[in-house]
Every structure is written in C-alpha cells, then in structure tokens.
Design a protein. Structure first.
Length: 433
C-alpha cells in the first residue's frame, strides 16, 4: 500500500526483512528438531543459529533469485553464504518451499490480526465513550432517509459498538483459524521429514500443526480470514456513512473535527467536507476487494498449484495495511467528532410533531377505533404537515373525529419525547453490561 494509507507498525510485518527473519526461524527450529531426532548433527543445527543476529542482504537475495527464479532457494543460498556451505548442508532437510512460505504467511497474518485487534479496541473505546456521553441526546431516527421516530445519539453509537464488538469476536476466530503451520514435505505425507519436526517448529512459533496439509495449508482458512476483514471494513463504512449523512448541510447534527488551518476546497473557502469518512468509505472498498480472490484461492489443483501465490502476495499486505489504517482513522474521527444537540432537536421538530404519528395511531386503536380508520385519521392530518407546513398536534385537536376518541389531554400526552427514550437504559445494559 502507498504510505498515505499505511501505518509503519503494520507495514513492518510485510517487509522483506521480517519475511526473511521468519524464514530463518522456521529453518533453524527445524534443524533443532532434526538434530534432536538424530537426523542431522547437532553442530550443524547450532551453526545455523549463528545467523540469528545477521541482517540478511536483501539485494544479494534478489541477485541470486534473478538467476534461480526461486525465492526460497535464493534465501537458502544466501543463508549458506553466511553460515558456511558445510554447516548449512542440512538446512531445509526433507522440507518443501511451501512449508516455509505458508507457515510464514500464517505468522504474518496472525501478527497483522493482533494489530487489527488493537485497532478495533480503540474504535470500541471511542464508541463507548461517545455513547455514554450522548446516551440521552435526543435526535430523530430515520428510515429510508426520512424522519421516523425519536431516538438518541447514544443509541446510534451503542449500535455501532455492538457491531464492532461482534467484529472483534470474528477477528479473534479468524486469527485462531489461521494460526497453523505445516512442515510436512513435498505433498504433505511426511515421507522425508518426521511429523515431530513440524510439532517442534509450530510450538516454537506459537502455531498449531495443520492436521492435513497436502503441500500447502488449506486456503479455506485464508478465505475466512479475508472475509472477516471484509466484514470489518463494511462496518467501518457503516459508521462513516452515518457521519457523512449527519454532516450534510441540511442536517448538520455532527461533523468531523475541522482543524485550524484546514482547507475544505480549492475553489470555495466556506467548505467543511467530510473528507475522512469519505476516505474511509473508499478504503473499505479496497479491503473488500480482497475477499473474492481469497475465496477463489480455495480450489487448487491436486496437492497444490501456485495460482494462489501472486494473489496472496498482494492482498495480504494490502488488505491488512488498509484496514489497520482505516480502524485508527475511524477511531480518531469518533474521538474528535463535533456534535450539535441543538440542531438535532431543531431537526426533530422541523415537521411540527409529525414524528409522533404512531403514538396517536395506537392511542386511537386503544380507544376503540378500527386500525383502518385510525390510520386514515392520522394520515390525513399528517399530510397537511407535509404539504402545507401545518402543526400536527393542532390539526389533530381540530379534527372532530380524532377528538371524539381522544381528549385534548390525551392528545397532548402523545407528544412527550420522554416516551421514546424510556428504555434507553435497558438497551445500554444489554450492550455494555
């Protein structure tokens, strides 16, 4: 990913330096296990570890690969240059390239998941703080973009919190799903390497041995991982879209923080645009873009082919780096979001009580009016608000069919905002405990 949408902590996981360091650790731990089993001399295994603190020469590895056209062989050749050909002659004993590549990829994805979990935690903390802050901040709820009934901004944040909490559980499961390693040889039969080598390497690297791996770790694991990233990206967009709508000039119930010196438009000095949440909407598309290729990587030819390889070299870094950046950008937006409670109330009352129509409808039915007649009575008065800017309560009080069923006091009571927020604490207890 380009630096503009990257955080160095996540970028480092996918760097060549990190990749070669993991390759080395896999090979060195495998040598230890082979030595313990008596397959190779202990001195040779110990010699390999002398490269532990060496900075691998990436340019040299690339130079070798230009000839060999094989990245793992290039690395092993360079390792032998460091350790010595005689000492390194048992490195990669009985192993195949996928043992190194697949196990490394899973380690990188695990480490990426750890950073993503930290990002989700920051978003959760921000959402909880704002939810509690605005638990009783009344605003109009909207369905189809149209005024529906009153709710609170705190409930909006609580809803996003619950969604992101589910995403955290999904990501934990995805991390567990991908935390396997395979050191099983050419077609996964352990013909040339003892299964105990795999067990040793996996334990040393915090992995679980893959139960059956052919020559590669099954790609349904990877598909589940990237699908989870896609769901999280969609949840980010869900929050971003709400904020973008709230910042529209005609709504302006909240807006992204506009810092001193910030400019909104090269042409129009008055502009304060929701650029961060619009950016998040775009970044979510990039993350989701990885999901279908990951699914298509699941069916491979026989014990393996490499149709998945080029895909994963791209979507692994791109999806995790982008999502990591997006999570922290979203957290920052929520933490600094500027909220306008007065505008929320103004918007709620824009149509002069119209949003209380269901309460009146239900009251009429409880007073003995059929639902069909009650709907007709309420709707005909509601339409006067839409079409003529009338006051809904005043129209109801002036309608003899309505007042025949409901007293003025009963009609008045139906316009109490507190009716709509009486169960907020119950919902909060469900979400936050």
């Amino acid at each position: 990913m380009i630096p503009r949408y990257s955080r160095p902590e996540m970028v480092a996981i996918w760097s060549p330096e990190t990749r070669f360091k993991i390759w080395f650790e896999i090979e060195a731990h495998a040598c230890d296990a082979q030595a313990a089993l008596g397959v190779i001399p202990k001195a040779n295994a110990e010699a390999v570890w002398r490269a532990r603190d060496v900075e691998f020469d990436i340019a040299r590895i690339d130079e070798i690969e230009a000839v060999t056209k094989h990245d793992v062989i290039a690395f092993l050749t360079h390792l032998a240059e460091i350790v010595g050909n005689e000492q390194a002659r048992f490195v990669h004993q009985g192993m195949t390239s996928s043992d190194v590549l697949d196990t490394t990829l899973n380690i990188q994805m695990m480490r990426a998941a750890d950073l993503l979990l930290a990002g989700v935690d920051r978003v959760l903390a921000a959402l909880k703080t704002r939810a509690l802050e605005h638990k009783d901040t009344v605003r109009i709820g909207r369905s189809h973009g149209i005024h529906a009934e009153p709710t609170t901004l705190g409930l909006t944040f609580a809803r996003f919190y619950a969604e992101m909490k589910r995403n955290r559980e999904r990501l934990e499961n995805a991390r567990k799903e991908i935390a396997t390693g395979a050191i099983s040889g050419a077609v996964g039969t352990f013909a040339n390497i003892d299964p105990r080598v795999e067990e040793h390497v996996c334990k040393a690297l915090g992995l679980t041995p893959e139960p059956i791996s052919t020559q590669v770790i099954p790609r349904d694991r990877h598909a589940m991982y990237f699908a989870t990233l896609g769901v999280i990206a969609s949840s980010i967009e869900n929050v971003a879209t709400e904020i973008r709508h709230m910042q529209r000039t005609e709504v302006l119930e909240a807006e992204e923080y506009f810092s001193p010196g910030q400019k909104g438009s090269s042409a129009m000095p008055h502009k304060r645009n929701p650029v961060l949440t619009e950016n998040l909407t775009g970044l979510a598309r990039i993350v989701r873009m990885a999901v279908v290729p990951a699914m298509e990587n699941v069916p491979l030819w026989h014990e393996r082919d490499i149709s998945h390889s080029s895909v994963e070299r791209m979507i692994g870094p791109d999806a995790t780096i982008t999502l990591d950046f997006a999570l922290h950008r979203l957290a920052g937006v929520i933490e600094k979001l500027v909220v306008y409670p007065e505008t929320m109330l103004k918007n709620l009352h824009k149509f002069k009580g119209l949003v209380m129509s269901q309460r009146v409808l239900l009251a009429l039915t409880q007073a003995g009016v059929s639902r069909e007649d009650a709907y007709r009575l309420v709707q005909r008065n509601a339409m006067k608000v839409w079409e003529k800017g009338a006051d809904f309560k005043a129209e109801l009080l002036a309608d003899p069919e309505v007042t025949a069923a409901l007293s003025p006091a009963e009609i008045e009571e139906k316009f109490d905002l507190g009716y709509h927020t009486k169960h907020v604490d119950t919902i909060f207890a469900r979400v936050f405990g």
